[in-house]
Design a binder for this molecule. Structure first.
Ligand SMILES: Nc1ncnc2c1ncn2[C@@H]1O[C@H](COP(=O)(O)OP(=O)(O)OP(=O)(O)O)[C@@H](O)[C@H]1O
Length: 265
């Protein structure tokens, strides 16, 4: 990982760290697939080492927001930057590990965990073969996500949680600084969800910036440090502890929405 370890990050900022650009910087971004905007006038800044969850009702623009910040969509208005570079022109793919919703569920993907994770090294080796050192990085990444026993298992033969771990390992093998996960716990059995969040926590402790879309509001407030609540516009952006009783929750999810503490918002 190129990110600083948390112990280093806690030290007084140096001149060079102060001048580091945000990992994500969206300024006044609007976008629509048609003439109707899906997100409107959104500004979001995410710094290195943050652990951020994006929540919102179905169709509120969460995946669209992720695609805008990854440069997969171009804003109609405003600017989107990734590591200080126009997101659509960003070409250091290894810095970003993107784990799509239901990653690896395609039947056309009968490859093993090790082969998936190996792909994480491709941006580093180009068309070259992986060296012994590259393979050590691959195996270490598999070990980090607790999948060593399944390294030679086909990805299609794994549970949802195991597949997510394999794709996270691919990002680690690429030495990603930013991990972007789209609803990672969909299709993951409840017993594995806590272990999954434990893994994200340890990656965050190692200095990786974690950004996820999550539908489980309870999980978000328990695990993420910061919550962005979206429904076309941003209804809340702040510490997760302050989100629980936020009126923004009800406004974003509709007046009948219950607050996380049980009362009606
Ligand atoms: N490729 C597309 N073409 C046209 N409309 C789209 C496209 N992708 C998404 N939309 C529409 O944009 C809106 C926002 O979709 P988006 O997937 O960003 O929301 P979301 O909050 O991620 O939803 P969900 O929680 O259901 O995954 C929805 O109305 C959706 O139908």
């Amino acid at each position: 990982m190129r990110s600083q370890h948390r112990d280093d990050a806690d030290e007084a900022p140096t001149e060079s760290s102060e001048s580091q650009p945000s990992v994500v910087e969206l300024a006044d971004v609007s976008f629509g697939y048609t003439s109707t905007p899906v997100v409107e006038d959104i500004s979001v800044s995410i710094d290195a080492g943050e652990y951020v969850a994006v929540v919102g009702p179905n169709g509120s623009g969460k995946s669209t927001l992720m695609q805008l910040l990854l440069g997969l969509l171009e804003p109609d208005a405003g600017t989107a930057e990734l590591f200080g570079v126009d997101a659509t022109a960003f070409d250091d793919g290894a810095r970003v590990g993107y784990v799509a919703q239901r990653a690896g569920t395609s039947r056309e993907m009968p490859i093993t965990v090790r082969e998936v994770v190996k792909m994480g090294r491709f941006p580093h080796v180009g068309f070259g073969r992986l060296s012994a050192a590259d393979w050590r990085i691959v195996d270490r990444a598999i070990d980090t996500v607790g999948m060593s026993a399944f390294a030679d298992r086909r990805i299609t033969q794994l549970s949802g949680g195991q597949r997510q771990r394999a794709f996270i390992a691919r990002a680690l093998a690429g030495e990603a600084d930013l991990l972007v996960l789209d609803e990672p716990t969909v299709g993951v059995d409840t017993e594995s969800v806590d272990a999954f969040y434990g893994l994200l926590e340890s990656l965050h402790d190692d200095g990786i910036t974690v950004l996820l879309i999550e539908h489980d509001l309870q999980a978000v407030t328990e695990h993420a440090e910061r919550v962005i609540c979206l429904n076309g516009e941003i209804y809340f952006d702040g510490p997760s502890a302050e989100f629980t009783d936020s009126a923004a929750l009800a406004r974003a999810f509709g007046t009948g929405a219950q607050s996380l503490t049980g009362g009606n918002g």
